[in-house]
Design a protein around this ligand. Structure first.
Ligand SMILES: [Ca+2]
Length: 252
């Protein structure tokens, strides 16, 4: 028998201040539709040659109509070329990030959602941090963190979808976030086993979101009796490890 523990509620409140501005998006969509309509009307009165030219232009504009554009601060822009709507969510992929009109990031496969104030941008020193809400189904959703420095991608990392606000866990004056990169898949009949699923601690401050190795080692050593690394490992199993749930509850 297999149980899937999906701990990790969404952010109840955004941790960063960037506002995507729904009205702007709606306006852009409306403008796109308006432009396409104008092109269609004007093309009705063209010669055959002009019609042919306009057809290729209309094809371009049709693809633009499906494109989702999000303008971020600091000269960054995100475009999703493809999307699909489901009952509970809408998925976007085929992603590009532009900085001052130059493409600085391309990803054709990763699935993103626009929710909980993601995607969002933050200036950290002379770098920029862009966070996406990544749909990693059938695993649990994640945050995708991109760091840009001088217009170039410096870091591309998956983070847990932290189910908490940043708090100072160890009283060192720096706030932390904790989360999981995997759901805990439980198995067994009479005896229920759970895998090694490390709770990851990140420091969250004006310099970015960075793994707090010492605190991660400490928390997981307390839970599992020893530290087995930063990654999920189903080969390492535990029985009725209440410490795991207590630790999660503690930092919710
Ligand atoms: Ca701290």
């Amino acid at each position: 028998m297999i149980y899937l523990l999906n701990f990790m509620p969404n952010f109840s409140q955004p941790i960063l201040a960037h506002d995507k501005n729904q009205k702007t998006k709606m306006k852009m969509k409306n403008i796109s539709i308006f432009i396409i309509t104008l092109l269609f009307i004007s093309s009705c009165n063209q010669t055959e040659k002009q019609k042919s030219e306009n057809q290729s232009r209309e094809q371009l504009d049709n693809s633009t109509a499906n494109e989702k554009v999000i303008n971020l601060d600091y000269g960054f822009k995100i475009t999703f070329l493809e999307n699909e709507e489901f009952t509970d969510n809408k998925i976007y992929w085929n992603t590009k990030i532009f900085f001052d009109s130059q493409v600085v990031f391309t990803d054709t496969k990763t699935l993103f959602e626009i929710k909980d104030n993601y995607p969002r941008i933050r200036k950290i020193g002379n770098k920029f941090e862009i966070l996406f809400y990544e749909n990693d189904s059938p695993s649990i959703d994640k945050i995708r963190m991109l760091i840009f420095s001088n217009g170039y991608l410096e870091k591309n990392e998956r983070l847990p979808l932290f189910g908490m606000k940043p708090i100072d866990i160890d009283n060192d004056g720096v706030k932390e976030l904790i989360g999981l990169l995997n759901a805990s898949e439980l198995w067994g009949d009479d005896t229920i086993y759970m895998p090694y699923n490390p709770i990851l601690v990140y420091e969250f401050n004006e310099n970015g979101i960075l793994i707090d190795s010492s605190e991660t080692i400490k928390i997981n050593s307390d839970i599992y009796g020893s530290f087995y690394g930063f990654r999920y490992d189903s080969e390492i199993k535990f029985v009725n490890n209440e410490n795991f749930y207590e630790a999660l509850d503690k930092y919710k």
